[in-house]
Design a protein around this ligand. Structure first.
Ligand code: 4AD
Ligand code: MG
Length: 476
């Protein structure tokens, strides 16, 4: 058996007898089967000689059916393909009743396909997105390997809330109807599986820090979970995050690494996913045509990716960003839902989008945020007001990366933990890093699905992960 991608690439196969297995996309004129095996966007044209096929077999060649075909590979005379198979043997491995198979050769809406998430990878768009996703993941590992980082696996079940935002899913084996109660009539988690309260992790960072303080440079790449009730096109309850953590890096080193990292992986897909990206570029251009002129993107997908790779990210402090926003047209004309009046407010996505899409028109790194709106572990700056945080904002996406230099001073960290009302006992192991051989260190988290969204031009984050988990939805 040979993959269709290999047959199309390798002209040496012409004249040889080959066996190909895949799924029928279309069947025309009782003669031409377009077969797809997932190895490429392109279908292989299989020409079947009607005389040789039994009627019963012919009836089973429907869109969606799985076939094995054998025959000679020849240069194609027809338009649209370079090679085709002159089929001599054909067997139907599994039929697909046309009355029932939902993925017919016509345009389906993404909403409809979300309900068919188990079958949607058999469409051009989803197969292209998922091949690009896979290439991006590979490039992530390749980048860090080239840079001498170690890949570490941090726990998914955890007793601490890394972001301190309290948006966690509980992990328990207690009976919901009849949990054991303690003396104060609240649930007694001492009797739970781990003899304490546990949750699904929102981030592997705290554990990654421990490994950076021994291995030097490490990264995680795993699933993370957030029980935030955000029904947006950029939030998932279960998403994948890449979190590098580097000993002896300050905030600038951290930003430099993040920028180089993003450019490397985008260049990787430009080099290795040409066909899929060209298809997704066209798809996006078509979609943009249905939008009003003012909302259309100025650049196509490939152009956008190339632009990010070729240009420096704009770096500005939170304070500068507030200045720009305060004096911006939409703020003066009261067009922002959340007006920007004073230093200290958290930035909303409308503000981020203004900075990235209207003002700078390129990826923007914002750094040195007010301490009170950021997590406890971020390093307090000398001004005692801001922390060494950085967010990277992308056009059409908003926040792609969130990171910081970590607070390495024990006393300052303890104060920040106390100020945020966090139980220091849960973090004693984390504080140990500051007790024994503490050192400046930094890291960031990149939301993988947001990167896939940017790379594929897909508008909804639910369409770049095989089985999205969102509020009210955990089907499949
Ligand atoms: O900014 P966040 O919350 O940062 C952290 O979790 C840090 N512990 C990372 C670190 O420094 N090691 O999340 C990091 C990124 C965001 O910038 C965003 O891209 C993504 O994770 N993200 C989400 N992606 C999809 N759905 C959600 N609900 C997301 N929440 C965050
Ligand atoms: Mg963030």
């Amino acid at each position: 058996m040979i993959k269709i991608a290999t047959l199309i690439e390798d002209a040496n196969s012409i004249g040889k007898e080959v066996t190909v297995k895949g799924w029928v996309r279309t069947f025309r004129a009782n003669r031409f089967i377009a077969l797809n095996d997932g190895s490429t966007l392109q279908n292989l044209q299989c020409v079947v000689d009607f005389e040789n096929l039994e009627e019963a077999l012919l009836k089973q060649i429907n869109t969606g059916a799985a076939l094995a075909v054998k025959g000679e590979l020849v240069a194609s005379q027809g338009k649209g393909q370079s090679v085709e198979i002159q089929v001599t043997e054909l067997s139907v491995l599994g039929g697909a009743d046309p009355e029932q198979y939902p993925i017919q050769p016509k345009k389906h809406s993404f909403e409809f396909l979300r309900e068919q998430a188990h079958l949607r990878v058999r469409t051009n768009t989803f197969s292209a997105v998922m091949r690009v996703r896979s290439a991006l993941a590979f490039a992530v590992h390749q980048f860090f390997r080239n840079e001498g980082f170690y890949y570490v696996n941090t726990p998914i079940i955890t007793g601490s809330d890394a972001e301190g935002a309290g948006e966690m899913f509980r992990v328990t084996t207690l009976e919901p109807k009849n949990p054991p109660l303690g003396e104060d009539e609240t649930v007694d988690y001492k009797q739970d599986f781990f003899a304490k309260e546990t949750h699904l992790t929102v981030s592997g960072q705290l554990e990654a820090e421990t490994y950076a303080m021994g291995l030097g440079n490490v990264y995680t790449f795993g699933p993370t979970f957030r029980a935030e009730n955000s029904n947006t096109t950029r939030h998932l309850a279960e998403f994948w995050m890449i979190e590098p953590e580097m000993a002896f890096y300050d905030l600038n080193d951290n930003i430099d690494l993040a920028e180089a990292f993003i450019k490397y992986i985008l260049q990787y897909i430009l080099d290795h996913c040409k066909e899929d990206l060209a298809f997704l570029d066209q798809r996006l251009t078509q979609e943009e045509k249905s939008k009003p002129q003012a909302e259309r993107s100025e650049m196509g997908l490939l152009e956008k990716i190339q632009f990010v790779v070729a240009n420096e990210f704009k770096r500005i402090s939170y304070t500068e960003a507030i200045y720009i926003l305060k004096n911006s047209k939409p703020n003066k004309k009261k067009k922002f839902k959340f007006p920007v009046n004073e230093w200290g407010v958290d930035l909303q996505s409308e503000h981020e989008r203004f900075l990235v899409e209207k003002h700078f028109k390129c990826p923007v790194v914002l750094f040195d945020y007010p301490a009170q709106i950021k997590a406890f572990y971020m390093r307090l700056n000398e001004d005692q007001k801001t922390v060494g945080a950085m967010d990277i904002l992308f056009p059409g996406i908003g926040e792609m990366v969130g990171g910081s230099q970590r607070e390495e001073r024990l006393d300052v960290l303890q104060e920040r933990i106390a100020a945020q009302g966090i139980d220091a006992a849960e973090l004693d192991w984390y504080l140990d890093l500051r007790r024994f051989g503490t050192a400046p260190h930094s890291g960031f988290g990149l939301g993988f699905e947001r990167l896939v969204q940017f790379s594929t031009g897909m508008g909804n984050i639910r369409d770049v992960i095989p089985f999205p988990r969102t509020p009210q939805n955990a089907s499949f």
